[in-house]
Design a protein around this ligand. Structure first.
Ligand SMILES: *Cc1c(COP(=O)(O)O)cnc(C)c1O
Length: 444
């Protein structure tokens, strides 16, 4: 399969090049040239398949031409070594005023308790596959990743100890939760954490600058593990198919999917799923106060803004990278986008209210990101529809916030406690590119 750039000014790339380069030469994002349809029979029987079986079928559509079947199967099966259950939120007979049943797709059962484990684990294995395929190529691959919290931990853990790869995690000082921070600052080995005196967008800008820096690229082989990388965002489509399979066993009705969104990689993979034939009738993109996409839907104008800090911090993005992919997928048609996706935006106060009321009414503990998804779905669901929202992280990852809002004392899962026992190791920098560059490539 060939990959083209959303900016249309770079040559086609192979999968390997798209994965290793991350971003195209013209700063565009790579898109697969074709999106294969899955056959009808696949959807007729999907409820009888396991997560790994479903994921392999989907992976084969994207990567089957470039990765041999046995290796691809192993990559998929190793990546998805944990379940992604669909859990009903609410009472059997439904809540007061509820139009249709609501489910939570729990994406927090992986090693770092957030959905990004799926893409990060897949990408680490695919990159290793390409490195191993060329034993003569003994240059180290350097993965640069900017994080607003959860990406850093998922990528660092996905790549930890992988030979031939060094990971640099850039994160905004004081803007990720202490639990998130320890998941990538305590690992050591081939992981370097870089604490940037700035916001997430500054971290993202430093990464983008590094990729465009010819001098640096001549010295080091750089790649990105942000959701701009096709090896991270395409595998996220797997679990939308699995959610549908689980829902099909239990409900009838048109399916609505609600995605708490920041950089829009997650919802973008869902839109790819729909193109492949996944019967989801429409999507809701739930935003926190960073309402750039919401405003785009209302006005047709895309106006990036500096990000605002919220309690759903992994969605604090002022210029979502994957917007370019959504625009490309819909041939730049605002009308077509609005047919498939509607939006919602919530203040911190609304997020907090939602966490409290959901817990009181249903007993289900949301995290601040999932709360945006739950609320947007409850408010948006119509008669004849059933819906699921993505519970993108475990509430314990945001324990301080969640406990203070809900008056709870949520238990920290064992795998999270283990990270907290380590010692923080990180390198500090300002948001100045030259200062950052000296960390990557110290002057002789
Ligand atoms: C990354 C993240 C999001 C946003 O996902 P995007 O793909 O950037 O839209 C939402 N919730 C959590 C918990 C996250 O870590």
């Amino acid at each position: 399969m060939r990959y083209y750039s959303t900016n249309g000014k770079a040559p086609f790339a192979t999968l390997e090049k798209a994965v290793v380069k991350g971003l195209a030469e013209d700063k565009g994002l790579y898109m697969p040239e074709h999106i294969k349809q899955l056959p009808r029979e696949f959807f007729d029987n999907i409820q009888d398949l396991t997560l790994q079986e479903i994921a392999y079928h989907v992976a084969d559509c994207f990567f089957g031409e470039d990765v041999d079947a046995e290796s691809l199967r192993k990559i998929v099966y190793d990546t998805l070594s944990f379940d992604i259950p669909l859990v009903k939120v609410g009472k059997e007979k439904g809540l007061k005023g509820e139009k249709g049943a609501i489910y939570s797709l729990e994406l927090f059962h992986g090693p770092t308790l957030a959905f990004k484990d799926v893409g990060a684990r897949f990408m680490a294995r695919l990159l290793q596959y390409f490195i191993n395929a060329k034993p003569s190529n003994n240059r180290c691959v350097n993965v640069l990743v900017a994080t607003s919290g959860d990406t850093g931990s998922a990528v660092a853990n996905g790549f930890l100890g992988v030979e031939g790869i060094h990971v640099y995690v850039l994160y905004p000082k004081g803007k990720v939760s202490p639990i998130q921070e320890c998941q990538f600052t305590t690992l050591g080995q081939n992981i370097t954490a870089i604490e940037v005196d700035g916001v997430f967008d500054d971290c993202q800008a430093l990464v983008k600058n590094a990729f465009m820096d010819e001098e640096l690229n001549a010295k080091m082989q750089l790649t990105s593990a942000n959701s701009i990388n096709v090896a991270r965002f395409l595998p996220q489509s797997f679990y939308y198919f699995y959610a549908y399979a689980q829902l099909k066993r239990r409900e009838n009705g048109r399916v609505v999917c609600c995605v708490p969104s920041g950089n829009f990689g997650n919802i973008c993979s869902a839109l790819f799923g729909k193109r492949m034939g996944l019967p989801i009738s429409r999507f809701i993109a739930a935003n926190n106060a960073n309402d750039i996409f919401y405003n785009y839907l209302q006005t047709g104008r895309y106006e990036p803004k500096p990000s605002i800090q919220t309690i759903a911090n992994a969605m604090d993005v002022g210029d979502p990278s994957n917007f370019a992919r959504i625009i490309d997928l819909y041939g730049k048609s605002h009308e077509a986008i609005c047919q498939d996706i509607s939006g919602a935006t919530y203040t911190d106060q609304q997020i907090a209210e939602t966490m409290k009321s959901c817990l009181a009414e249903t007993g289900y503990q949301l995290d601040p990101h999932g709360a945006c998804g739950y609320r947007a779905l409850r408010e948006g669901l119509q008669e004849g529809e059933v819906g699921f929202f993505l519970e993108t992280a475990h509430p314990a990852k945001f324990k301080q916030t969640v406990d203070s809002i809900c008056g709870s004392d949520i238990a920290i899962p064992g795998r999270l406690q283990d990270f907290m026992k380590g010692t923080k190791q990180s390198v500090s920098t300002s948001k100045d590119y030259d200062e950052f560059k000296k960390i990557l490539c110290p002057l002789p």
